[in-house]
Design a protein around this ligand. Structure first.
Ligand SMILES: Nc1nc2c(ncn2[C@@H]2O[C@H](COP(=O)(O)OP(=O)(O)OP(=O)(O)O)[C@@H](O)[C@H]2O)c(=O)[nH]1
Ligand SMILES: [Mg+2]
Length: 206
């Protein structure tokens, strides 16, 4: 965090850095995108990504992410949250090579994680980046309860159509499914189009 930003936060606590939560279904690429943002601006890592769903089981936060944009700079904290799903079936982990005990443990951790994601949404975040996998059905990936809390709390939201580097990606389908939201197509893996995300972060959360 820059000296001026710190001084401003000290003198004007209301202008304390925004806390942005990355939300979305398991495997949408939240942790990969959080790592991309944190590496671009603070040279830190947020967490481990994995092709096995429900890898993130605790909210993990990076503070002092100072993002430069045309008008100046904005400092935010980024919270990578556990994937939110309506149900967690431990048998789904067998295809990833987990045995019964490991699958049960991962499912328990995933369920706890969903509770933590919701708590953080209610108590800690001031803005949301909702991350969808643009290779899948957009509507099926959105959790109505989560979106309801976002709307009830009046939180600003940016919808990310992630994984646009993938051959099966269809970012237009995400924009068509959610015409009332700002949709930013990106790849957290390759960094493609992240400048547009940084502009959206500055405009919506700055
Ligand atoms: N092609 C492609 N793959 C991606 C991208 N982002 C993430 N992935 C892959 O998608 C899988 C899931 O990534 P994560 O970042 O762990 O996803 P997550 O949303 O944090 O998942 P949970 O923690 O389980 O909720 C991993 O295999 C990543 O390498 C992307 O932009 N493009
Ligand atoms: Mg994760």
């Amino acid at each position: 965090m820059g000296i001026l930003t710190r001084l401003r936060s000290f003198l004007f606590p209301d202008s304390a850095p925004a806390v942005i939560g990355l939300y979305g279904p398991p495997n949408a690429g939240k942790t990969t995108l959080a790592n991309c943002i944190a590496a671009d601006w603070a040279d830190v890592s947020v967490g481990e990504a994995s092709e096995v769903p429900h890898e993130t089981q605790r909210a993990q936060r990076a503070d002092g992410i100072e993002i430069d944009h045309e008008e100046g700079s904005v400092t935010v904290s980024v919270v990578d949250t556990p994937g939110v799903a309506t149900e967690v079936d431990h048998a789904a982990f067998f295809e990833h090579g987990l045995d019964e005990a490991d699958a049960q443990a991962r499912a328990r951790g995933a369920t706890r994680g969903i509770g933590e994601s919701m708590r953080v949404l209610r108590e800690e975040v001031g803005g949301v980046i909702y991350v969808l996998d643009s290779t899948g059905d957009p509507r099926a990936q959105v959790n109505d309860m989560l979106l309801g809390i976002v709307e009830d709390q009046g939180l600003p939201l940016v919808l990310v159509a992630n994984k646009v580097d993938h051959d099966d990606a269809d970012a237009d389908a995400v924009a068509e499914a959610f015409p009332h939201y700002d949709v930013v197509p990106v790849s957290g893996l390759t960094g493609e189009n992240t400048e547009a995300l940084y502009t959206a972060i500055a405009e919506r959360f700055g």
